[in-house]
Write a protein that binds this ligand. Structure first.
Ligand SMILES: Cc1cc2nc3c(=O)[nH]c(=O)nc-3n(C[C@H](O)[C@H](O)[C@H](O)COP(=O)(O)OP(=O)(O)OC[C@H]3O[C@@H](n4cnc5c(N)ncnc54)[C@H](O)[C@@H]3O)c2cc1C
Length: 426
């Protein structure tokens, strides 16, 4: 099976069952039509349906088919690249701090939805760590800690011993930790959001790719092979899987393929020695490494980009070497699952909210940090659909800017990643 087949992902074999989501048959009216059933689209549908809006989701494959069902499962209330003060410098104090609060609250939103809707997805909210392997990267982690701490976030700065205690690894010299973060079984979360949205009154149609989104008589018509949804408002929530549906949107992001892997369940004593309290970690390297365990004691590693034809061989070599340097107690690494998914990277590494035309919105580009932010973006999109003015939303809206020479963006991204990996050595 190819690593891009969603069934390769560990989560596909351990998720709670999917709800019934029959394909769209025939033509129907709706207040809002959402294209794409990942975290962005499902959260938008849930928040709209809870507010009494008649919402219909059309999904090309099945809920969680895209990045939402294949990711590492770390719920992180922080930017991947930026610090809070960068936002103030860019957007001014009021808008910058509103965005910081939104990012900071996004993980709480995920865990609150999981609790409120009883979503079966192995949720653990006991903290997320960014450990550092050298002094320069520790300074990066320190700045993040200090800036979030100044905003009242539930963060700690850990010395080498405490980091070793929480990670089970002698590899790191310190870490910053956000106690509001944690981890989930991502496909289970996507399916649970879908079920909650249906319960609240939304319709979800799988195997119903939007073939065109067109303006017609003051409304939008979303055409699928089996029927059409005519809606006042449309949300495009297709992230890096949107193809040519709205070409300018596809050209505004760089799709990057990330690989994940999971070992066979570790023996009990080894599993207990790694991340013993169930934390998850994304280290502070420029090309970061992430680790977590699943509920059966598998060690899940990500998110490695590799650029060879021998994908399984390359991922196995890369992951085996890294696991053994970080967790020397694992003497033999046996990978059971290797899979990949696509993230949407923006050039400014910020999530993008767009108003593409009157009544047509999009939210995408979480640059690899989208469990919390995509869930939060769905809520923001729902508020916009319901008429909240753009100026009152916590996320600034950007015009869509297709990248010049977009075709070159993937080779450029590969070169950048290779350069950053070289800088990370040592
Ligand atoms: C390997 C990997 C590891 C990651 N790890 C983490 C992590 O640990 N923590 C974190 O916060 N983030 C992580 N991310 C990022 C996170 O998964 C994404 O940012 C998030 O899932 C994006 O959600 P989304 O709903 O916007 O997009 P997606 O989940 O990609 O959903 C888009 C959906 O749109 C559908 N679609 C596309 N075109 C059409 C069409 N024409 N008609 C109908 N449907 C269509 C697709 O089938 C798909 O289901 C990771 C991503 C990957 C790939």
């Amino acid at each position: 099976m190819k690593t891009s087949d969603p069934r390769s992902a560990l989560w596909f074999s351990t998720a709670a069952p999917a709800p019934e989501t029959p394909p769209l048959q025939g033509d129907r009216r709706a207040d809002a039509c959402i294209v794409g059933a990942g975290f962005t689209g499902l959260s938008a549908a849930l928040h709209l349906a809870e507010a009494g809006v008649d919402a219909v989701v059309v999904e090309a494959e099945h809920p969680g088919f895209g990045a939402s069902g294949r990711n590492h499962g770390q719920v992180v209330p922080a930017y991947s690249k930026h610090n809070p003060e960068d936002m103030v410098a860019r957007f001014g104090k009021e808008r910058g701090e509103a965005l910081n609060r939104w990012v900071q609250d996004s993980a709480a939103l995920v865990f609150e939805l999981i609790r409120r809707h009883g979503i079966d997805c192995d949720a653990v909210q006991n903290g997320w760590l960014m450990p550092a392997h050298n002094a320069a990267r520790l300074a990066v982690a320190r700045a993040k800690h200090d800036q979030w701490a100044a905003r009242g976030a539930a963060v700690d700065f850990l010395d080498k011993d405490k980091t070793a205690e929480l990670t089970g690894s002698p590899h790191y010299i310190g870490a910053w930790m956000h106690r509001g973060g944690g981890n989930i079984q991502p496909l289970g979360y996507a399916r649970g959001l879908a079920r909650a949205a249906q319960k609240a009154g939304a319709a979800i149609h799988a195997a119903s790719p939007a073939l065109a989104v067109e303006r017609s008589g003051g409304r939008w018509r979303v055409k699928t092979p089996g029927g059409t949804v005519t809606a006042d408002k449309v949300v495009l929530a297709t992230n890096a899987y949107g193809g040519d549906l709205w070409p300018a949107l596809a050209k505004s992001i760089v799709p990057v393929r990330l690989f994940q892997s999971a070992t066979l369940p570790l023996s009990d004593n080894i599993a207990r020695s790694i991340l013993p309290q169930g934390h998850s970690i994304s280290d502070s390297r420029r090309v970061l490494w992430s680790f977590r365990k699943d509920r059966f004691g598998r060690l899940v590693s990500g998110a490695a980009p590799v650029f060879t034809h021998d994908i399984r061989g390359s991922v196995t070599r890369l992951v085996t070497g890294h696991i053994q340097s970080v967790f020397p107690q694992v003497d033999e690494v046996k990978l059971e699952h290797i899979w990949d998914g696509r993230i949407a990277v923006t050039t400014d590494r910020l999530p993008h909210l767009h108003e593409l035309a009157e009544g047509l919105y999009a939210g995408l580009g979480y640059s690899g940090r989208g469990i919390a932010m995509a869930t939060g973006m769905g809520k923001v999109l729902a508020a916009r659909v319901r008429g909240t003015p753009l100026a009152e939303l916590p996320v600034p809206a950007f015009p869509v800017r297709p990248l010049p020479l977009h075709a070159l963006s993937i080779p450029i991204a590969r070169l950048t990643i290779a350069w950053q990996r070289w800088q990370d050595r040592g």
